[in-house]
Design a protein around this ligand. Structure first.
Ligand SMILES: [Zn+2]
Length: 269
């Protein structure tokens, strides 16, 4: 079957994933493709996988403690994601929202708001039309969010979203906004994009570890309505080293060891 936009490299990745029911992480995929020289950098590979997902279910899942891509079959007849929300998915999202706007908390019964189902991460940034990427907003919040998002550069956001590291996604989003603060909810979406729920606040704290050294204090962001919402402002940027995940883990390990030692010497007294 002809898949517009897919080439030999996509076929190769698909073949690999189909042959590995336990899933493959990006490094394994790269290794398998390595000899061909067809895949350049990490971003390039991420992009190819995302293109594949227009036609196939290949989510990233945490299996036995590591993130892998798992092939789960073809998408339905509506091959590419056209952004349309099926009645079943719409009902599921509204049910989950309990008749409440998921941004401002106003309700259908109490406040008379009408709820609209909206893509958290817009499709122009690479967000998919799947239940996890949808939420219910009242008309005012939806409009406010649309206005806010229209000030972003779609290509830049798509580039950020394609980054494999949750740290990079969070940090780059903050940088794109600086010196303006970034709303907490946006950081949460960006962190959880493609992943199962990540502890985005912990990831943000880790960016502040001395081994990384970013300065990202919490603050408030003023909304057009005059209300304020929780946000974070990037006050000092640091280029993330390639081994940032390792540095963060190592810092935690050393801090833990130092604390244990301190406790022990405290008990000895
Ligand atoms: Zn609302």
């Amino acid at each position: 079957m002809k898949r517009p936009g897919l080439g030999a490299i996509h076929e190769k990745i698909l073949e690999l994933l189909k042959g590995a029911p336990q899933g493959l992480d990006v490094h394994e995929i790269r290794e398998h493709l390595g000899g061909t020289g067809a895949i350049g950098d990490q971003q390039h590979l991420d992009k190819r996988i995302r293109e594949l997902r227009d036609y196939y279910h290949a989510p990233r899942r945490k299996v036995a403690g590591r993130w892998v891509y798992v092939y789960e079959g073809e998408r339905g007849k509506a091959a590419a994601d056209d952004g349309k929300i099926t009645p079943r998915v719409r009902a599921e999202v509204l049910h989950r929202a309990h008749q409440r706007c998921q941004m401002c908390g106003r309700t259908v019964g109490g406040d008379g708001v009408k709820l609209q189902v909206d893509h958290k991460i817009p499709r122009t940034w690479g967000g998919a039309t799947v239940s996890e990427n949808l939420w219910a907003l009242c008309e005012a919040c939806n409009q406010g969010k649309r206005d806010y998002f229209s000030s972003f550069n779609d290509a830049e956001m798509q580039e950020i979203m394609s980054k494999e590291s949750v740290y990079e996604r969070i940090a780059e989003t903050l940088r794109l906004h600086a010196p303006e603060p970034t709303p907490s909810w946006l950081l949460e979406f960006v962190a959880n994009f493609d992943d199962f729920q990540d502890d985005w606040q912990k990831r943000l704290r880790e960016l502040r570890y001395p081994v990384i050294g970013m300065v990202i204090p919490p603050t408030l962001r003023k909304l057009p309505s005059g209300k304020r919402e929780a946000a974070y402002r990037l006050e000092k940027w640091v280029d993330l080293p390639a081994n940032h995940k390792f540095l963060i883990k190592e810092h935690e390990r050393l801090t833990k060891a130092a604390n244990a030692k301190r406790r022990l010497s405290g008990e000895a007294k």
